[in-house]
Design a protein around this ligand. Structure first.
Ligand code: PLP
Length: 478
């Protein structure tokens, strides 16, 4: 689209409007330009490479240059298609990491959230925003079988896990006034790296993350957990929490929640469930998540398996009072001037953040547009696609599965082949994108299905791409 004449710039020059203000006609033109670029991006998504065929240097050069002193008006947005071109693509063949697919209704709602620019920190700064956030938290808690939990949106699973362990620490070995003392947290060897970070940041010390062995299905061994706790008690060490993972990042394994919850209860330990990746699947297959409601806190990333654009994570907690004990420290300037429990509510007293994005709007819009049933169906489709890939791998003599497929992550390899090189070749070819994992020391190709656009043909494309790369590697002279 041609750059339109920036009406605002003209009027600023004439002294009629404040600088940076955008008259409605300019807003409409800019918004149309952006939605057109977005529409073209979505329409061509399936034909795109999953990652750009460009070097780091080339991508940096594309966006280098000095900040302009004079604005160029709507031409400033002419390069949006190039931003998409040089990005990664969440089409149905992007299987790396745990990367949600960016549901478009949510994306549009996110634009609106930025336009109305609410600070979702307290009711008085965002009345509708706070009401919507609390409603969506309630919807999600109920949808995963944890009705009655409170919660708050945050940027991602890493921050949700950090907040959960801060609450655990405050509830068991208060540190807010006098500082942290070393204390043990238990998690399996498959727990996410954000746990190690959290222990470091909370002053508990990374060496106090007690790493518990896993069983053949890569789930935490309850007997090993019990033994480790007993050993720490005998040695006089403080312990505050157990972290169970419901959907490990590598393989989607779900720790035995009822047993782990019982052990936590027996030992007066906080139970946090890291469901950043897996917990949304409790909407579709609740039976696999029995015991989730026994947690004190649960992380759930809507930007993973609820298909939301980044960032959109939720920390659920059983007792909002502990959240307040942990996070409330209110300056006089922020004090609420009302006794009304709704109008006086402040997320800044239950979370780390003060200024907060209105993250709930996109999920609210997306859930209302498609219905919870639509999400349940999409999650079930992803679960089935993971099983389909597992069957295709097992049917191909040169491939082998490296772990059971509990949710939607599939780890496999090409037998007797340089899998690291194969992964690089597959991703460079640009048809499908995989990531890697280490399963009991073995390098694994990993495909994770958290994408509402994926079809069975996309699943088949994984095997085709891997076999093609493997055959080229083995034909290549040494
Ligand atoms: C199990 C688990 N926990 C935590 C995280 C961290 O989430 P985020 O990347 O949103 O910080 C991830 C990310 O993949 C994860 O899979």
């Amino acid at each position: 689209m041609q750059a339109t004449v920036p009406q605002a710039a003209l009027r600023v020059t004439l002294g009629c409007v404040p600088p940076l203000d955008l008259p409605p006609e300019d807003f409409r033109a800019v918004a149309a330009q952006v939605t057109e670029a977005a529409e073209r991006f979505l329409a061509g998504l399936d034909d795109r490479r999953v990652a750009p065929d460009a070097t780091g240097e080339a991508v940096a050069a594309a966006f280098d240059g000095p900040v302009p002193e004079e604005g160029v008006g709507a031409a400033a947005l002419d390069d949006l298609p190039q931003v998409a071109e040089l990005g990664r693509v969440a089409n149905g063949r992007f299987f790396g990491y745990v990367h949600g697919s960016g549901e478009p209704v949510a994306a549009i709602a996110d634009l609106f959230a930025s336009v109305i620019n609410q600070n979702a920190t307290a009711w008085r700064s965002a009345p509708a925003g706070i009401a919507i956030e609390r409603t969506v938290v309630g919807w999600l808690a109920e949808a995963i079988g944890c009705a009655g939990f409170s919660g708050a949106f945050t940027s991602g699973g890493s921050l949700a896990n950090l907040m959960a362990l801060a609450m655990a620490r405050e509830s068991r070995l208060s540190a807010n006034e006098d500082g942290a003392r070393p204390a043990v947290v238990y998690a399996s060897s498959e727990a996410h790296m954000s746990m190690h970070k959290a222990l470091a940041l909370l002053g508990l010390g990374r060496s106090n993350l007690r790493v518990i062995e896993v069983d053949d299905a890569l789930r935490m061994r309850a007997d090993a957990l019990r033994e480790a706790i007993a050993q720490d008690r005998a040695a006089g060490r403080n312990a505050i929490a157990v972290v169970a993972t419901a959907g490990t990042v590598n393989t989607g394994a779900i720790d035995p929640l009822p047993e782990v919850a019982q052990i936590a209860r027996d030992n007066d330990l906080w139970l946090h469930v890291d469901g950043a990746y897996g917990a949304p699947a409790a909407i579709a297959v609740p039976e696999r998540f029995a015991g989730l409601d026994l947690a004190d806190s649960i992380s759930l990333d809507a930007h993973k398996w609820l298909y939301q654009p980044l960032d959109c994570s939720i920390l659920l907690y059983r007792d909002p009072e502990i959240a307040r004990t942990t996070f409330a420290y209110t300056g006089d300037y922020a004090r609420s001037l009302t006794d009304d429990p709704v109008e006086g509510f402040a997320f800044f007293e239950e979370t780390i953040e003060l200024s907060r994005r209105f993250r709930a709007l996109k999920l609210w819009a997306s859930l209302r547009y498609h219905g919870l049933g639509g999400f349940r169906e999409a999650i079930r489709a992803n679960l089935e696609q993971a099983q389909l890939l597992a069957r295709l791998v097992e049917a191909e003599p040169s491939l082998e599965l490296l772990a059971p497929v509990e949710l939607s992550a599939v780890c496999f390899r090409v037998k007797d082949a340089p899998n690291e090189d194969i992964l690089r070749d597959v991703n460079r070819a640009g048809r499908v994108y995989l990531s890697n994992a280490s399963i009991r020391g073995a390098f694994a190709l990993r495909a994770c299905f958290v994408n509402h656009r994926t079809t069975d043909a996309d699943v088949e494309a994984i095997v085709t791409a891997v076999l093609a790369a493997a055959s080229q590697r083995t034909q290549r002279p040494a």
